[in-house]
Ligand binder design. Structure first.
Ligand SMILES: Nc1ncnc2c1ncn2[C@@H]1O[C@H](COP(=O)(O)OP(=O)(O)O)[C@@H](O)[C@H]1O
Ligand SMILES: [Mg+2]
Length: 255
């Protein structure tokens, strides 16, 4: 694809969407992550649960390359990101990783549609292709009719659906979501969880879902319990099997 060469790396890499190996991080003298490790197959969804302060957001930031661990390894599609420079990390975030936040983090001066389009502009994708991807995702999450609205004109549920469309528009292999239902009422929270599950199955995108709500773990294949910066225990959810790189619908990867 002309102008989008970096996307061609997307399907490279190992068999794991994500490998976290013995990740440690302290703030000053205080250890926040004390040797966390887990692996995520392609298309697999894991919930990371634990009390407030247990290190969930710090771990997610280390996985997303927003923060750096003091030691240990984080590999996204087999590629070590802990030793990458800022440009390398930015490239990984633009191509392979999508993020959804508790407070949506939409750009306030851009319309819903422009917010969803933003990651594709960063990639230099041609306009016609951008339009096609944005239409597809906005339709899929049910916000096409709010296309021209600014974030301040949207409800919380609409904002999070726009944010989900934005997080998947570039066809990432790994989606990171930090308390994505934490600021929504229960009906909108359910809707967002269902979307994460359905879109995960349709696109084959692996998901790390940070939550302190055990109910929210229902859309995940596995649950990892964090306590005081370490994995306390892990459980598989019976009857759930990751489908790997499914890619059944048109919502799947950009390349
Ligand atoms: N930038 C920072 N500087 C100092 N301490 C921090 C920083 N970020 C997080 N912490 C501390 O690390 C611990 C874990 O925080 P966090 O990862 O946000 O936990 P969680 O998301 O599970 O609530 C908390 O005690 C928090 O105060
Ligand atoms: Mg947190």
């Amino acid at each position: 694809m002309a102008g989008c060469g970096i996307l061609e790396k997307r399907e490279a890499g190992g068999e794991w969407a994500l490998e976290v190996v013995d990740v440690r991080k302290s703030y000053g003298e205080r250890p926040v992550l004390r040797g966390v490790g887990f692996r995520l197959a392609r298309g697999e969804r894991v919930a990371l649960v634990g009390p407030s302060g247990s290190g969930k957001t710090t771990l997610l930031n280390c996985i997303g390359g927003v923060d750096r661990p003091d030691s240990g390894h984080v590999r996204v599609l087999g590629e070590e990101i802990t030793t990458m420079d800022a440009d390398g990390l930015a490239a990984v975030r633009r191509t392979r990783v999508g993020t959804v936040f508790q407070f949506f983090h939409l750009l306030p001066t851009l319309t819903a549609r422009e917010n969803v389009e933003f990651p594709l502009r960063l990639l230099g994708m041609p306009e016609a292709r951008r339009r096609e991807r944005v239409d597809l995702l906005m339709g899929r999450v049910g916000v096409a009719h709010r296309s021209g609205a600014l974030p301040s004109e949207l409800s919380g549920g609409e904002m999070q659906r726009v944010a989900i469309a934005r997080s998947l528009v570039h066809g990432p292999s790994l989606l990171l979501a930090d308390e994505p239902t934490g600021n929504l009422d229960s009906a909108n929270g359910e809707n967002v969880l269902n979307l994460l599950e359905e879109l995960g199955n349709e696109t084959g995108t692996a998901l790390v879902l940070v939550t302190h709500s055990l109910a929210a773990t229902r859309v995940c294949h596995r649950v990892i319990h964090l306590r005081d910066g370490a994995v306390e225990r892990e459980e598989s959810r019976p009857g759930t099997v990751a489908r790997g790189v499914a890619g059944v619908a048109g919502v799947a990867g950009v390349v």
